[in-house]
Design a protein around this ligand. Structure first.
Ligand SMILES: Cc1ncc(COP(=O)(O)O)c(C=O)c1O
Length: 396
C-alpha cells in the first residue's frame, strides 16, 4: 500500500474533537450534554451581517481579489484605526479564518527546522500549523499559580537559538484568558527587536476584555513595524465562526508580499462571507457592551462555582471566554471520556476539553481541563454541579 507522509503522521488530532465520538454515543444513549469544551459562542450573529447576505442580489458569485475585497479591507483599516492601530488597507490581507492566516504566515516567515517560541498553554492548533510548516514549537511555560502571566523576559531570552524566527502570543489568550499588559508587550517587543525576530499576536479575542482593562496590541508599539504581525478573525468577535473570514495585518511589506503569494495560490477568500464580515463592522457598540456584560456574568458565576469544589484550582481570566481548571485527577483525557461514557446525573453530563493538548511539553496539563463559558449562567451552574458530583466518585 502506498504510504502517507511523515508530516501526516506527525499531525496531531484535535484534543477537542477526539472526544466527539463519545459525545455522539452519549447523545444516542439519551444523555443531555453541557458542552464546556468548544469555543462556539451561543451569542447571536449581528443582524447587519446576516441581512447583508440575505438582502443582496448578486447574480454571479465570483472570486474576490486574493488579498480580499477592497471595500472590506478599507473598512477594516478604519476599524483598526479606532483602536489606535495605524494601518491602511494595503497592510491587510483577508484570509479564510485566522487559521489560514496563521498557516500562510508560518510558511512565509519560517523554513522547516526553524523554531517559534509560544507561551504555553496555547491554542492547540498552533501545533497543527507548526507541523504543517515543518516548524518546531519551543514552549515558554506559564503557570496556573501565576495566573498564566508571561514568564520573565530572561527566561524567554534563554529559549532563543539561531533557529528561532518568531515569538507567538495569543492576546487575550485561549485557553487561559490571560490578557497581556502594555509593559509585557513592550518587553516582548524589545526582545523581538534585539534578536531580530517576528512578534506575532493572535488577537481574535481583542474585544473580550474585562474588569475595565484595555487591550494593548503589538501594532501599537512604535519601532516594531517590521517585526509585528497580527492575526485576526470575525469568528468570535461577531459570533461568525462559520463565515471563515480572518485577516493578517502587518506594516512589513515583504511579509505581506510573501503571504499574498500563498493567498493567490488559493485564489480568494469566500465572497459571501466577506460581504457579511464587511457589514458586521457596522455592528453597534451596544452589541459588544451586552456581550461583554454577559461574558463577565458567566465568568464570575463559573469561577465562584468552581472555587466551591475541594481540590480545584482556577486562574481567573481577564479576557476571551476560556479558563484552565486544575482538578484533583491524574489524567484529564480519561476523566473527560469517563464523564461522557460512564457518568450522568438524571441523564445529564458535561463535556470538557482535556488540557494536555494545549501543551507541547509532555506531562503538562494532564490534571487540567479547559472550560469555555459559552453557555448561559443557569447551564454553567448545572454543569459545574455535575463536575463536582463526578469528582466525588471518579477514580483515576
Ligand atoms: C486563539 C485562536 N486563534 C485562532 C482561531 C481560529 O479562528 P478562525 O475561526 O478564524 O480560523 C481560534 C478558534 O477558536 C482561536 O481560539
Amino acid at each position: 500500500m502506498p504510504t502517507i507522509s511523515r508530516k501526516g503522521l506527525l499531525m496531531p488530532e484535535s484534543p477537542i474533537r477526539k472526544l466527539v465520538p463519545y459525545a455522539e454515543q452519549a447523545t444516542k444513549d439519551g444523555k443531555t450534554i453541557y458542552y464546556l469544551n468548544i469555543g462556539q459562542p451561543d451569542i447571536k450573529t449581528p443582524e447587519v451581517a446576516l441581512n447583508a447576505v440575505k438582502e443582496n442580489d448578486i447574480e454571479i458569485l465570483s472570486y474576490s481579489r486574493s488579498e480580499g475585497s477592497d471595500t472590506y479591507r478599507k473598512k477594516l483599516a478604519a476599524y483598526y484605526n479606532k483602536f489606535d492601530i495605524n494601518v491602511s488597507q494595503e497592510d491587510i490581507i483577508v484570509t479564510t479564518g485566522a487559521s489560514e492566516g496563521l498557516l500562510f504566515l508560518f510558511s512565509s516567515i519560517m523554513d522547516p527546522g526553524d523554531e517559534v517560541i509560544i507561551s504555553e498553554p496555547f491554542y492547540a492548533n498552533y501545533i497543527a500549523f507548526s507541523t504543517s510548516s515543518g516548524v518546531n514549537v519551543v514552549p515558554a511555560i506559564c503557570s496556573i499559580d501565576d495566573n498564566f502571566a508571561l514568564p520573565s523576559i530572561e527566561t524567554f531570552e534563554k529559549l532563543i537559538t539561531p533557529k528561532t524566527k518568531a515569538i507567538l502570543i495569543c492576546n487575550p489568550g485561549n485557553p487561559t484568558g490571560y490578557l497581556y499588559s502594555k509593559e509585557e508587550i513592550e518587553k516582548l517587543a524589545k526582545l523581538a527587536i534585539k534578536h531580530d525576530l517576528f512578534l506575532v499576536a493572535d488577537e481574535v479575542y481583542r474585544e473580550f476584555v474585562y474588569d475595565g482593562n484595555t487591550h494593548y496590541s503589538i501594532m501599537q508599539v512604535d519601532g516594531l513595524e517590521e517585526h509585528a504581525v497580527v492575526i485576526d478573525s470575525v469568528s468570535k468577535r461577531y459570533s461568525m465562526c462559520g463565515a471563515r473570514v480572518g485577516c493578517l495585518v502587518s506594516k512589513n511589506k515583504t511579509v505581506l508580499k510573501t503571504v499574498l503569494k500563498f493567498a493567490q495560490a488559493r485564489l480568494s477568500p469566500p465572497t459571501y462571507a466577506q460581504i457579511a464580515s464587511e457589514a458586521a463592522l457596522d455592528t453597534p457598540q451596544s452589541y459588544f457592551d451586552d456581550v461583554i456584560e454577559e461574558y463577565v456574568g458567566r465568568r464570575n458565576t463559573l469561577i465562584s462555582e468552581l472555587q466551591k469544589i475541594d481540590g480545584v484550582k482556577v486562574a481567573k481570566p481577564k479576557g476571551a471566554f476560556y479558563c484552565i481548571v486544575e482538578l484533583p485527577i491524574k489524567n484529564s483525557d480519561h476523566f473527560a471520556q469517563w464523564l461522557l461514557e460512564k457518568f450522568d446525573i438524571n441523564g445529564e453530563t458535561v463535556m470538557v476539553a482535556p488540557a494536555g493538548g494545549f501543551y507541547s511539553t509532555p506531562g503538562l496539563g494532564l490534571n487540567q481541563v479547559r472550560i469555555a463559558y459559552v453557555l448561559n449562567k443557569e447551564s454553567l451552574i448545572k454543569a459545574v454541579h455535575i463536575l463536582k458530583e463526578a469528582l466525588k466518585v471518579y477514580k483515576d
